[in-house]
Design a protein around this ligand. Structure first.
Ligand code: MN
Length: 242
């Protein structure tokens, strides 16, 4: 039986050094013992391109790299809505594999679907439009042609705008759409979905078309970390780390 750990929404940034240190401790104390670590998006609060040496992230990147190189833990990273510019250069630098959203894996011999979670929030039409734009090859190529400083400013203003508009949106708009999650279970022929993004950690059981489904929502990180560990046939449990 494989021992797999899932995290998301760490939103690491130099302005929050305690969360960056928490991640390094988490690597040593929890993730190092696992066979695989899946980071399901928003590992970084913002990312503007792999050509930045990003020296303020050195400790975090060293920790991440140590997982595969020292502890034999395979690391998989999915993009979130904040760090979708993480590319192959950083992946090589830190020795992780970028996985697409959604991504199907086998857990306990059953299929599970991994997602960041933002694609399930279809009530947020404004965000879905924005997502389509910034995830396009064209937008990203244009963005990467700008100087690092320009990109840094754009990334910052996108982040500020997102924080502003989030404040004005109703709670339900920021959560997943139920029809969309039902559809994700049925379309992907799976009974288990693991995602983050909404910062509403919970384990939801629901019957969809006479099938028992489980949707695990990972929590975000601040003073404490949040993770899911699956290592035997016991029930799924979200855990905290501090
Ligand atoms: Mn997110």
């Amino acid at each position: 039986m494989k021992d797999i750990v899932f995290i998301s929404d760490l939103h690491l940034m130099p302005e929050r050094p305690q969360t960056m240190k928490l991640f390094s401790r988490f690597v040593d104390q929890i993730a190092a013992d696992a066979d695989a670590l899946y980071i399901l998006g928003d590992f970084l609060e913002v990312w503007w391109g792999d050509d930045d040496p990003a020296t303020s992230y050195t400790d975090v990147f060293t920790s991440l790299t140590s997982l595969s190189q020292t502890h034999n833990t395979q690391v998989y990273l999915m993009h979130g809505n904040r760090d979708f510019m993480i590319g192959n250069v950083l992946a090589e630098r830190c020795n992780f594999e970028i996985i697409t959203d959604p991504h199907k894996i086998e857990i306990q011999e059953k299929s599970a679907l991994l997602m960041h979670g933002d694609t399930l929030c279809t009530d947020d039409i404004e965000y879905q439009k924005f997502r389509q734009m910034v995830r396009s090859e064209e937008w990203q190529q244009q963005f990467l042609r700008k100087t690092l400083e320009e990109r840094f400013q754009i990334a910052r203003s996108i982040r500020e705008q997102s924080q502003q508009s989030t404040k004005q949106k109703d709670e339900y708009i920021m959560d997943v759409n139920q029809d969309e999650t039902d559809k994700a279970f049925l379309d992907n022929d799976t009974r288990l979905i693991i995602h983050g993004h909404t910062h509403r950690p919970a384990i939801h059981h629901k019957i969809v078309n006479n099938i028992d489904t489980t949707r695990i929502v990972l929590g975000d990180w601040h003073d404490t970390g949040s993770y899911l560990r699956i290592c035997d046939s016991s029930d799924y449990k979200l855990q905290t780390f501090s």
